[in-house]
Design a protein around this ligand. Sequence first.
Ligand code: ZN
Length: 356
Amino acid sequence: MADYKYYEWTKPQWESLLAKPEGLHHAMLLAGPAGVGKSAFAEALAARLLCEKVESPTAFACGHCDACHWFATGNHPDIRKVSLEKDDEAENETDTETEGKRTTGGKKTAAKATQIRIDQIRELEEFIFVGSHRHGNRVAVIDPADLMNTPAANSLLKILEEPPSNTYFILVSSRWRVLLPTLRSRCRQLLFALPEQDVGVAWLADQGVSDPKIKLSLAGGAPLRVLTLSGKENGSTVEPVLAPLDQSAVDPLGLAALWHSLLRSNDNLTLESLVDTLQKWLYDLIRVKLNAHPKYMINKMPLLSNITKKADLSKLTRCYGDLLKIRMVANHPLNTLLFLEDLAARYATAVAGSRS
Ligand SMILES: [Zn+2]
């Protein structure tokens, strides 16, 4: 039986929400940076709302009743989770391109949609108006809510304007400011911040993460990002990203094209992990420039040293700062190739030295 709990640092949000459960708003927006535990919180909250033997208002789902068993096995009839679907159908309705892995070597790989579409919200509507199977609460989780396209968001807005009773909508978003203001105003907004550094470091150390302090700062202070990123960090995704950097001059467009084809051919590589690798690379360039040993790419000392001979410390530092910001959108850029070209251009500037 799975436990549905929040991460300890999100306890204040939980208690403020559930101290008076009778006053629980029918729509809640869990907003805050990626990697701080909003999705786990949403899951715990959904389980809590469906549990039929809750011991106290702020208790977790009991984990033992019928409802909890169904929830754990994904069979509870009164919850719907709306997220990005894996499919490769092109939809005319979408605002932007549907980007995905292309076919390689005759192997067909399903693309992951980049938006939550209106048909998904229509299905949700049907679910909501059918009535609860257990005569209790019904829960809809929309995660990430900011990826609803405009028709989908408008459709949800209509549902929220006349909400059915005993139905709770939990919207999760790390880019909540892009949500329709009318939609946001229909929700009780619950803000999640980055945990204090020592809390995040202690938690990572508990998970057996080495160098938690450095990795936490590389992940922008978001503990869960450290885990998702380090989970994908292996030779097959790091080496190919860095391989084209082994040149005296960097051609940004060529570099971006190379990364783009890598992303399409290597299923383990994501845009996020690519940015992460580049960020670690820059981190090490800065360290070597400061006559310290590299922290991550310890087998690349000769190349790092070679690049830093002409690279300018302030430019490297600026690029590193840029990457911290870029990472926030690396999950869902509107156009992957443009994103990569921007990334490659920043890197090329950083290592070009003072002459450019
Ligand atoms: Zn239960």
